[in-house]
Design a binder for this molecule. Sequence first.
Ligand code: ACO
Length: 332
Amino acid sequence: MKNSKISGMGFHVPEHIVTNADLEEMMNTSDEWIRSRSGIEERRWISEGEGGSDLSLIASEKAMEMAGVTSNDIDMVIVGTASSDYYFPGIGAQLQDMLSLRTIGAFDIRVGCSAFIYGLSIADQFIKTGHCETVLLVGVDVLSPALEKNPEGRDVGVLFGDGAGAVIIQPGEEGSGILSTHLHSEGKYLKDLWVELPSFRIEGRGFDEERIKAKRHRLRMNGREVFKHAVTRFPEVIKEALDANNLTMDDIAQVIPHQANFRITEAVAKRLNVDMDRIYSNIHRYGNTTAATIPIAMCEAYEEGKFKADDHIILAAFGSGFTWASAAIKWI
Ligand code: ACO
């Protein structure tokens, strides 16, 4: 059976740069605290009137250009996001219109930071079964409007940035391209990283004074629990991808992990017993852009020559749910 391959990729981040010094003004934090706890130096936040669909459109156009495909070629759109412009429908349907695509299938998936690899896995199945020839997959998140930009929100407010990355997935050759994908979840930890409101469990969806005052519409995170699980699940799911393909870390040109936090990435490198130059990081530039970190990192790692044709790379993610996932790719 033919594998699928990534034939084009692109990313886009908002113009507006927010430095750690800017956050010092808003959040009673310090550049030193943010750098030492997360590795982040700056991030991009959307401006008034800008949304995830706008970033997705530009990232998608770049990926289409690299792959040499036109709107008419695309036969499925998958968007991984936890921050669509509207509660429903998702960004997939918006992109169908914005890119003037045929009336093809278009949908969103909501698994937080793991969404890009979940989407890659879904796209891979559509290609392998022959159902699709050209799938557009976008990972996009704009969590900045959900952050509390004052001292009370500093614990999560300093970590997140906004951005979008897109790839085109098409049929490749046997033995190269996307070799395998591995998806996991453990829902008992959902409240350790979540946005509770608006909730359809509650009459009026929770927009009452009491719940808003209790900040139940804000992104909430149990940082220590996330850290503890992430440093276990990342190496585990990377190893799963290696084992499934009879590979070892020596065969891997670059691991491209979800950019959650530089300290998590360092801990993962230590557990895998590999040097940091084999594990890509660009979190200092963009912060944690949730579903967008992996496609953005893939674009920059490729531009920087960290991997090339015939190299093996591993993608790995951990995020809300908890969910985690990996993909093994032989680049072509
Ligand atoms: N600036 C300054 N001080 C802060 C800030 C801030 N932005 N945030 C919290 N603090 C303070 C706390 O109030 C606390 O003060 P206290 O000791 O006076 O009470 C102190 O710093 C220490 O807080 P801790 O929570 O103990 O800090 P810790 O060293 O555990 O670091 C962190 C917190 C960075 C969140 C850590 O738990 C972590 O790295 N967790 C992983 C979470 C993560 O990276 N999430 C990314 C998103 S999720 C994902 O992508 C999978």
